[in-house]
Design a protein around this ligand. Structure first.
Ligand code: MTE
Ligand code: MO
Length: 158
């Protein structure tokens, strides 16, 4: 294939792939009651924040896994979030309200890595809200299972 045809093909592929987040695509948008009204993070920006690792079982995987991500409490503090709950929404249009109290009471993370590998969009990624389920009996409950939003894409602070 001629060189300019290849270049054209590459441009076309970029143009028709809006659903695939590139390195600089925002993966998480935050709206509502935060200091600046709205914020967006790409994966590199999230990875640049202080990281927390936790090991836990989940209701949708076998055994325990090591999750790495940002502590939700610190993340929302950084954005000067105020309010009562956040509505967490996902790429598959799933949405659930999570009381902000969860993040004070528990070390909940926005995970971007599991067992050392980036979370794949086809497998709960690129972001997954992960609770330290194995550390607290109270978290081993369906009420909290709903809040483990995988394919997380938006937090609306209310
Ligand atoms: N993005 C997304 N996250 C989600 C859900 C969903 O449908 N989409 N289901 C929730 C529910 S109801 C539960 S019990 C857990 C596990 O759901 P699963 O078994 O469908 O993976 O994930 C939660 N997180
Ligand atoms: Mo569920």
């Amino acid at each position: 294939m001629p060189r300019n045809a290849l270049a054209g093909l590459a441009m076309l592929m970029l143009a028709v792939a809006p659903a695939t987040a590139g390195p600089d695509e925002p993966v998480l948008r935050i709206t509502g009651r935060i200091a600046d009204g709205a914020a967006a993070f790409d994966l590199d920006a999230l990875r640049a924040l202080p990281a927390t690792t936790l090991e836990t079982s989940t209701v949708v995987t076998d055994g325990t896994h090591r999750f790495t991500g940002v502590l939700m409490r610190d993340f929302l503090d950084r954005l000067e979030a105020q309010g009562d709950h956040v509505t967490a929404s996902a790429l598959n249009d799933y949405a659930v309200d999570i009381p902000l109290a969860d993040f004070r009471d528990y070390d909940v993370i926005i995970a971007y890595r599991m067992d050392g590998a980036a979370l794949d969009r086809a497998d709960k990624g690129p972001l997954w809200i992960v609770y330290p389920r194995d550390d607290h009996a109270a978290l081993q409950d369906i009420r909290y299972d709903y809040r483990w939003v995988w394919q997380l894409s938006r937090l609306d602070v209310r």
